[in-house]
Write a protein that binds this ligand. Structure first.
Ligand SMILES: [Zn+2]
Length: 84
């Protein structure tokens, strides 16, 4: 009967502690810079804000799900949602 190869646990540098990973952690913890919202279809930066499912309460329209649509695509009859 042949002896099975033994596996050793190598105590080296843990993977998530490499300088690269530390840099990635630093990048991830930083606040994201503001980015211009632009249409992925036409590249336009003009948006229309819409709300779906608003409630009429005490004489005011409240709630609803906000969506940003591309104004240029909307003019052409296309409904392109930019931000849900
Ligand atoms: Zn567009």
């Amino acid at each position: 009967m042949t002896e099975k190869p033994k596996f050793h646990v190598i105590t080296g540098t843990p993977a998530p502690d490499t300088p690269k990973e530390q840099a990635m952690k630093r990048v991830r913890s930083m606040p994201r810079p503001p980015t211009m919202i632009s249409c992925h279809r036409c590249g336009g930066a003009e948006v229309i804000q819409t709300k779906i499912g608003m409630m009429y309460k005490d004489g005011k329209a409240t709630g609803g799900t906000r969506q940003l649509l591309c104004a240029l695509c909307f003019m052409r009859g296309e409904r392109v949602v930019l931000v849900k």
